[in-house]
Design a protein around this ligand. Structure first.
Ligand SMILES: *Cc1c(COP(=O)(O)O)cnc(C)c1O
Length: 374
């Protein structure tokens, strides 16, 4: 039976044969986890592909963020944005740090750097901006402000796998950049993540390595309160296989995105993400912001109409992290009005390498049928 339902994403996988070939020798070595040969090989390939100085693999993107903050030994306030996945804010709070929420830019939805400096206090220790949807932050301005006040910059780069900015790997910017290789991302190792960092951060690499393995320094020495965030060999093998095909996958995503743009660009009441100068995009997401006054239908009405037709768009990112139930009443939501505006109006549309262009046509036709002013 043909299933016409379309989900918002579909995980990339190598052929079964390719994966089996990659994991075969594990039946000889019995080496399943704890930084084995697959881990080593995957890590080396990623340093090259991502064009970064150093990389450490993690069990997921969240632990990459959480352990980066811990390894930097930070205290006080971290400036971030609420227009992100739960992970960014949780990584800060779970480290005993205080998130301070900066509003977002109304065009590319990354941190609004014009509002950043006024949020800095004598307790600020770091900035954690998000390259949201693969849109690159204002790196130069964040760098300038961070240097002026002596702050660390940790990028949540979960959405930017494979991107470059001004010809350099996106993970090479900031003090630290963290990627996610979750199944739903452009590139996956089933679950997985990585921390990228430069050579200037003395001891950081070793600290991080220990923190992902319980803080164990040697057979009889445990000198940090670490976690368990090691990537296992099966995940590393999946990453090695998927890395062989990622360029092709990104190219296919580009075709899907261009098809979406051909239908939705220039429609009153529909705002699309910008095409950024100096950025090689990975086409990670296709967010659309609906202005109900000009479009004639609300985001929720479009969402429901798509759902009735078996199409799973996502309200991503809604709700904002600063309005989560677990933080009830803690943060002043009026500090981030643009984030609130976008969060109430945005939908990310289905996007994956093998999404048929005819399906994109169908999705867009349904969306445009919601436009009451055409
Ligand atoms: C996916 C994601 C994470 C967390 O990554 P996991 O690998 O799922 O733990 C962090 N930040 C953002 C913006 C994400 O989209």
């Amino acid at each position: 039976m043909k299933d016409n339902n379309i989900l918002v994403t579909r995980s990339s996988m190598p052929s079964l044969e390719e994966y089996v070939e990659e994991i075969k020798d594990m039946w000889d070595t019995h080496w399943l986890t704890n930084m084995g040969p697959k881990h080593k090989k995957f890590q080396e390939e990623l340093v090259e592909y991502l064009d970064v100085a150093n990389i450490d693999l993690m069990t997921n993107g969240h632990m990459a963020l959480e352990l980066s903050l811990q390894a930097l030994n930070l205290k006080g306030e971290v400036i971030t944005t609420p227009f992100t996945f739960a992970s960014t804010t949780h990584a800060i709070v779970r480290n005993g740090l205080e998130p301070v929420f900066c509003d977002i830019d109304p065009v590319d939805f990354t941190m609004d750097v014009t509002k950043l400096e006024s949020l800095i206090t004598d307790r600020t220790c770091a900035i954690m901006p998000v390259h949201v949807y693969g849109n690159v932050c204002n790196i130069e301005e964040i760098d300038r402000i961070a240097k002026k006040y002596g702050l660390k910059v940790i990028y949540d780069a979960a959405h930017t796998f494979g991107e470059t900015y001004k010809g350099r790997g996106i993970g090479s910017y900031g003090d630290v950049s963290c990627f996610s290789f979750h199944a739903t991302k452009v590139f996956n190792s089933i679950e997985g993540g990585a921390v990228c960092f430069g050579n200037e951060l003395k001891d950081f690499g070793l600290d991080l390595y220990r923190l992902k393995n319980f803080g164990i320094r040697g057979p009889e020495t445990v000198d940090a309160v670490g976690a368990n965030a090691k990537m296992n060999e099966f995940c590393a093998a999946m990453g090695i296989c998927n890395l062989r095909h990622v360029n092709e996958e990104i190219e296919k995503r580009r075709n899907v995105v261009e098809r979406y743009r051909s239908h939705l660009e220039g429609i009153a009441g529909i705002q699309l993400s910008p095409i950024q100068k100096d950025v090689k995009s990975n086409y990670a997401y296709f967010p659309v912001v609906f202005d109900e006054k000009e479009f004639g239908s609300t985001r929720n009405e479009v969402f429901d109409k798509l759902a009735q037709n078996g199409i799973g768009a996502r309200k991503y990112f809604y709700p904002l992290t600063n309005s989560f139930d677990c933080f009830h009443g803690k943060y002043d939501l009026d500090q981030t009005p643009v984030a609130r505006y976008i969060s109430n109006r945005v939908l990310t549309l289905p996007l994956y390498a093998d999404l048929a262009l005819e399906d994109v046509d169908r999705i867009c036709a349904i969306i445009l049928s919601c436009n009451n002013f055409r």
